[in-house]
Structure formats: structure tokens, C-alpha cells
Write a protein that binds this ligand. Structure first.
Ligand code: UDP
Ligand code: MG
Length: 317
């Protein structure tokens, strides 16, 4: 009995790429089934993240034509991370391992074989890591690599140049299911699950068709999400800064007292104005960061569902 593989693909307005993606994934999975590497109950699970185009119609048609295709339709657009989690949590109860990948074929499909091998070699999580970003635009590469560096500097543990192309075993997914947080940053949460992990390198290609669903605004929001959901280092940095400024003010006080005792004239109003501005700015900055965290506590206490599934198409034959 071979293990069941589910390939989970979040899709948002992907009608242009779906025909090709489904074809390539079907070839891959049937190949693996024929080679006796995975069970014939293996599936390709598309998650429709509230697309405004014909994505769900295409997924339904694929499911009609071949039971190897499964689908989940979310009630509305919840973003990449939530859509992915919806797929993983649905697949968890039906399979032994999942591989998550983007719908645009940027992740090299052939890395799947090596991931499955690592799984049989005993890994519960296998990270797909980009060997190079030659095909990304300079801007995307610069911002993306800067993002991983800042993340690690801020104390958030992430795998360098790993996006959401990864294999997870059933028990790793069960571990992930215990993270009840609403602010999702999966590539930071998965390392917290633990278990034996492996990495597989692959070349990241260009988007097959259509345009990126991550414009700069979403990318920045995602980076902010990552830092604030994973790390409290910014708060610690503020404490450190506060301590440092307090120390400086004491040293200033001592110098002024000494100068006064020696009968030297005290400096004029400029220093007063400067310090008022500096401290005012710092207080505002600190309040802003603390506010970020309070905002998160606020959202967590609401305990909103992370996704609501309208329909599940799945043949377990
Ligand atoms: N995606 C999604 N919901 C969204 C935005 C994106 O499910 O709100 C999916 C999208 O369909 C794709 C994956 O997330 O499969 C990655 O998006 P994209 O390729 O546009 O990002 P990029 O590769 O440009 O970072
Ligand atoms: Mg992409």
C-alpha cells in the first residue's frame, strides 16, 4: 500500500493558467501512481479563493472529467495563506502527505518527485527552496530577498528563499492544525511544527500566464504580517532604545550640573527644542508599534473563522 498524496493549489483568478497547470499536474501524479510511488487515491486539490473569473467553473469541469481533480470553493476571497490552509486542512483527513504549490507553474513541478523521495526517507516536512531568482525581475528579487533578511533580523525563523512550495506529512498537518491564530504566515508557522525536515532545490520560473496576484501593496502587507505575527523583537528594541535614551539624559544632566558648578554658561534653547522633538518622535513611533500588537490581540480575541467552505468536490474512489 503506497501513501496517498494530495497536491494543494490555491487559485485566485487563474482561468488563464488552469488548463495547463491541471494538465501538467495530472501527468505528474499519474506518473507517480504508475511508478508505484503514490497510491491511486492521490488527488490534485484546487482551492478557489473567491475568484471573480471562471476559475471555479473550470475546476468543476475538471472534476467532472477526471476524479483525480478535487476542488474546494471558498465563500469569498480570503487571501493566499487562508486559501492554502483551507486546502491543507481539508486534505489532512484524506491523505498521508500534501504538497502545496502555486497555480502559475512558477514552482518547478519536477521537484515533486524529489520531495516524495525525501518523504519516504523519513522527512515530515520538505521545503522547496529556490536555487536562483534569475527569472524574477530585479525589483521582485531585491524586495523578496530583503524581506527574508529583515525577517530573520527581527527574530522570525523562516527558511531562506522558501515560499509555500512544500511537502507536509499528515502528522505535520495535524500539528499545524493546533495553531489557532487568525493572522496567518504559514512559512513562519511551519518551522514551529518541528519534526524531521528536508530541503529540495528548484529553479523558479516565470509566471506561465496571467499576472501576479501579489502587487507591491499586498507584498508589503504580507511582510508586515510576517514580522508582527512571528516576533516580539520590535517591542524589545523599543525597550532597549528607551533605556539608552534614559542613560543619555542622565549623562547630560551630570555634564550640565558640572558645568553649572564650574560657573560655565548653560547652552541655549536649541538643545531643549531638539530633545523635545526627538522624544516626541520616539514616543509616536513606539505607540505605533505597540498599536500593531494591540491590533493583533484584538483580532485574535474575535476568533473569526479563518475560512468557510461552501462546497467540497472530492471523489475518494
Ligand atoms: N492566490 C490566492 N489568493 C489571493 C492571491 C493569490 O489564492 O488572494 C494564489 C494565486 O492564485 C497563486 C498563488 O496564490 O496560485 C501565488 O500568487 P502569485 O503567483 O500571483 O504570487 P507571486 O508568484 O507573484 O508572488
Ligand atoms: Mg507566482
Amino acid at each position: 500500500m503506497k501513501d496517498i498524496l494530495y497536491i494543494v493549489v490555491p487559485c485566485y483568478n487563474e482561468e488563464e493558467v488552469l488548463p495547463e497547470t491541471s494538465k501538467r499536474l495530472k501527468e505528474k501524479v499519474t506518473g507517480l501512481i504508475q511508478a508505484g510511488k503514490v497510491s491511486e487515491k492521490s488527488r490534485i486539490l484546487f482551492v478557489n479563493d473567491g475568484s471573480k473569473d471562471r476559475t471555479w467553473e473550470l475546476i468543476s469541469a475538471l472534476h467532472e472529467s477526471d476524479p483525480i481533480f478535487s476542488g474546494i470553493d471558498l465563500t469569498r476571497n480570503r487571501g493566499h495563506q487562508n486559501a492554502l490552509l483551507a486546502g491543507l486542512m481539508t486534505a489532512k483527513d484524506k491523505c498521508d502527505m500534501t504538497i502545496s504549490m502555486d497555480a502559475d507553474l512558477q514552482d518547478d513541478v519536477d521537484a515533486v518527485d524529489r520531495m516524495v523521495e525525501e518523504y519516504y526517507a523519513g522527512c515530515d516536512i520538505v521545503y522547496g527552496v529556490r536555487s536562483s531568482r534569475k527569472k524574477d525581475t530585479f525589483f521582485k528579487r531585491f524586495t523578496a530577498e530583503g524581506f527574508y533578511r529583515v525577517m530573520n533580523l527581527m527574530g522570525a525563523e523562516t527558511v531562506f528563499n522558501h515560499a509555500d512550495y512544500r511537502l507536509m506529512s499528515k502528522r505535520a498537518l495535524e500539528g499545524l492544525a493546533q495553531f489557532k491564530e487568525v493572522n496567518l504566515f504559514l512559512r513562519g508557522m511551519v518551522p514551529m511544527v518541528g519534526y524531521r525536515t528536508g530541503t529540495v532545490e528548484y529553479e523558479r520560473g516565470e509566471r506561465f500566464a496571467g499576472e501576479s496576484k501579489y502587487p507591491l501593496k499586498k507584498m508589503l502587507a504580507f511582510a508586515m504580517e510576517g514580522i508582527t505575527s512571528l516576533s516580539t523583537k520590535p517591542l524589545k528594541m523599543i525597550t532597549g532604545l528607551g533605556f539608552f535614551i534614559f542613560l543619555v539624559s542622565i549623562i547630560m544632566l551630570i555634564t550640565f550640573i558640572v558645568k553649572w558648578a564650574l560657573g560655565m554658561t548653560v547652552a541655549g534653547w536649541a538643545s531643549v527644542i531638539c530633545s523635545v522633538w526627538a522624544i516626541g518622535g520616539l514616543i509616536l513611533l513606539s505607540l505605533g508599534v505597540i498599536g500593531e500588537y494591540i491590533g493583533k490581540i484584538y483580532l485574535e480575541t474575535k476568533g473569526r473563522p479563518r475560512f468557510l467552505i461552501r462546497e467540497v468536490l472530492n471523489d475518494e474512489g
